[in-house]
Design a protein around this ligand. Structure first.
Ligand code: IFM
Length: 449
């Protein structure tokens, strides 16, 4: 039987993604300031086994080898983030030239190899000094963020054209300030909701700054973690619970960005916890963007559960495959969410800025890492993304999470998402079978079915 090849458009950008705190290490070198993740990880009991990002993948020192590996993977694009405290140690005020130099060198190295840099400006490592001023609960951060973005854009904007303002503002708000399982570890729903507004405001301010570069090549967007939310049953209360979770996770961020309003049902639901919004904020937040980045991993199945936050809980699916994160493998969800975003919000372009899976990978005696479940996961997701594109979704590129195993936040190094295996004690990088497979996908610009 001949195999079908799902071909992607010639200019489709195949990539991989990482984030500063998860890979860089060098947490206190060359003038870098402390970040909220340095503080959080150094606080006993916050991270599994007490792991920290102090060394991580030592990418700060090994970035040349990592770019070489990207080249071997045939990547067309690489998404990485800038550590704000590495370039402005106190969050505002004097810049740290050594920190800026690092990103300068990284960008040059990527361009030398023909790899397009996509920069995320905020992937959670806020300068601790700004946390002392209230963190994202303080409205002033929108202004400090704009200044930081201006600094980075002026330094790198001659060579970098793709910018992502924030990574997953839902996570920053609701895991950082609502549940407190991420830095800065605050548990207060009203703060979480206020923080979400300040993040969106800072996004809009950053868009203005990037447009001010006056460079027609500038392409700017934001990355959201989005999921289809399915009710556990046809019961009215389960359907309402699913609608609420969809409101909290998806619409609370998509609506302001694309429609300039918060979803009325959620505004009503948050009640006395709604954010303080000043005149003009919504028009800043809804400034035109060139693309939306979608991070997709799984769906959620939701039932009403009055005792829990938002009056709901999520269910496991009997017989379904789950990743090491306990996330259901549900490839059709990438199609569902892409279609929905295109149909309801009509963005100019969409990138999958993260998709991937953690599995308990091991190096076999012959030195190979046989991560066939990851290959299968990616293959099925690529196929559903292809289908969405065929049906009119303006998908322009796809970044696998992650280039290499790295620090998985509260889970430390216990979860391996990489295409490349990291042997942490030796810092040896080993291509997993999925990396070899992904290179072939990129070279053929298609997926065999
Ligand atoms: O590792 C994270 C990343 O930092 C943000 N998106 C989800 C990934 C997997 O949990």
């Amino acid at each position: 039987m001949s195999e079908e090849i799902l071909k992607f458009p010639d200019d489709f950008l195949w990539g991989a993604a990482t984030a500063s705190y998860q890979i860089e290490g060098a947490y206190n070198e060359d003038g870098k300031g402390e970040s909220i993740w340095d503080r959080f990880a150094h606080t006993p009991g916050k991270i599994y086994r007490g792991d920290t990002g102090d060394v991580a993948c030592d990418h700060y020192h090994r970035y040349r080898e990592d770019v070489e590996n990207m080249k071997k993977l045939a990547l067309k694009a690489y998404r990485f983030s800038i550590s704000w405290p590495r370039v402005i140690p106190q969050g505002k005020g004097p810049a740290n030239d050594a920190g800026l130099d690092f990103y300068d060198r990284l960008v040059d190295e990527l361009l030398k190899e023909g790899i397009e840099p996509f920069i995320t400006l905020y992937h959670w490592d806020l300068p601790q000094a700004l946390q002392e001023e209230g963190g994202w609960a303080n409205r002033d951060l929108a202004g400090y963020f704009a200044d930081y973005v201006a600094l980075v854009a002026h330094r790198l904007g001659d060579r970098v054209h793709h910018w992502i303002t924030h990574n997953e503002p839902w996570v920053t708000s609701f895991l950082g300030y609502g549940l407190g399982v991420h830095a800065p570890g605050i548990k207060d729903l009203a703060s979480a909701v206020q923080v979400s507004h300040h993040l969106l405001l800072s996004h809009g301010r950053a868009v203005e700054v990037l447009r001010d570069l006056g460079d027609e090549r500038t392409v700017v967007g934001i990355t959201l973690n989005l999921s289809p939310i399915h009710p556990a049953s046809e019961k009215e209360e389960d359907k309402r619970a699913a609608e609420r979770y969809d409101g909290n996770l998806n619409r609370w961020f998509l609506d302001p960005i694309f429609k300039g309003t918060y979803p009325p049902d959620m505004w009503k639901y948050y009640g006395d916890k709604v954010p303080k919004v000043l005149a003009g904020d919504m028009s800043v937040i809804s400034k035109r963007i060139d693309f939306v980045g979608v991070n997709y991993y799984t769906r959620s199945i939701v039932k009403a559960d009055p005792k829990q936050m938002f009056g709901l809980s999520t269910l496991k699916v009997e017989g379904a495959e789950y990743t090491d994160m306990e996330w259901e493998v549900y490839p059709r969800g990438i199609y569902e969410i892409l279609k929905r975003v295109q149909d309801d919000y009509d963005p100019e372009a969409i990138y999958i800025t993260e998709n991937g899976a953690a599995f308990p990978d091991e190096v076999d005696e012959d030195g190979k890492v046989r991560d066939f479940r990851r290959i299968n996961y990616l293959k099925e997701h690529f196929a559903f993304a292809h289908r969405a594109m065929k049906e009119g979704v303006k998908l322009k590129g796809y970044f696998v999470w992650s280039l290499m195993d790295n620090f998985e936040w509260a889970y430390g190094y216990s979860k391996r998402f990489g295409l490349i295996y990291l042997d942490y004690p030796t810092q040896k990088r080993i291509f997993k079978e999925s990396a070899h497979w992904y290179r072939k996908v990129i070279e053929k610009n298609g997926v065999e079915r």
